[in-house]
Ligand binder design. Structure first.
Ligand SMILES: Cc1cc2nc3c(=O)[nH]c(=O)nc-3n(C[C@H](O)[C@H](O)[C@H](O)COP(=O)(O)O)c2cc1C
Length: 201
């Protein structure tokens, strides 16, 4: 089964990435997960838990956290540039960067791939495969906006996670699920175990 690359960078809202990884696995997808160096720090700051750096330990960490053995999960360190997903010959369904920091956004826009996330994004653009970028910053400065429009012209889809009040979310979990489901709709990825009526899409 073709894999979906999930990149998590050092922007706020790590909880969205966590929910996306859990739902993708529950829906039996194969996913390759990369946390940027910055993501570990923000994860710790938002959840008070240190995500293991070691890829195998990290796979156990996610499995235990979700109590979920479905799907296929492969974790990569941010500097593992020799990973299969760094090559255009590794076919994927697409890549999602959630949340995307302005740092990663800028480096992808400049074509300056230093870490595995930037390299994978570069590969998805050059191969014409879906690249979904969910930026998280407020307010945006002119450089952020120009980088986003530049990436959009290069073929990426810019999909910020913005709640919709018409969905009448009754709690934070429903709001999170709405945003994650809408994000994966752009990749034609159906997330199971989510009641779309409950989130009123
Ligand atoms: C708690 C915390 C929250 C942050 N939130 C954001 C954010 O929402 N957006 C952003 O662009 N950077 C944010 N940053 C700054 C990035 O983490 C920092 O620029 C980092 O170098 C990004 O690296 P990366 O793009 O490799 O993940 C935050 C940093 C911390 C410590």
């Amino acid at each position: 089964m073709e894999s979906i690359v999930i990149a998590v960078t050092g922007a706020s809202a790590q909880i969205l990435a966590e929910r996306a990884i859990d739902l993708l696995l529950r829906s039996d997808y194969s996913i390759d997960v990369i946390l940027s160096k910055g993501a570990y720090e923000v994860w710790n700051s938002e959840n008070n838990i240190q995500v293991p750096l070691d890829s195998v330990k990290q796979e156990y960490f996610w499995r235990n956290r979700f109590n979920n053995n479905k799907g296929k999960l492969t974790c990569h360190k941010w500097n593992e540039n020799s990973a299969g997903i760094a090559s255009g010959s590794y076919i994927t369904k697409g890549m999602v960067i959630l949340p995307c920091s302005m740092g990663t956004l800028g480096r992808i826009a400049s074509g300056c791939s230093i870490d595995l996330i930037e390299r994978c994004a570069d590969v998805h653009l050059k191969e014409g495969r879906p690249l979904i970028i969910s930026p998280r910053e407020s307010p945006f400065n002119l450089i952020h906006l120009r980088n986003m429009s530049f990436l959009s012209e290069a073929g990426a889809k810019i999909v910020p996670c913005i709640p919709a009040w018409y969905a009448h979310p009754k709690d934070l979990q429903e709001m999170i699920d709405f945003m994650v489901v809408r994000l994966f709709d752009t990749l034609n990825i159906e997330l199971k175990e989510i009641n779309r009526w409950k989130v009123k899409i």
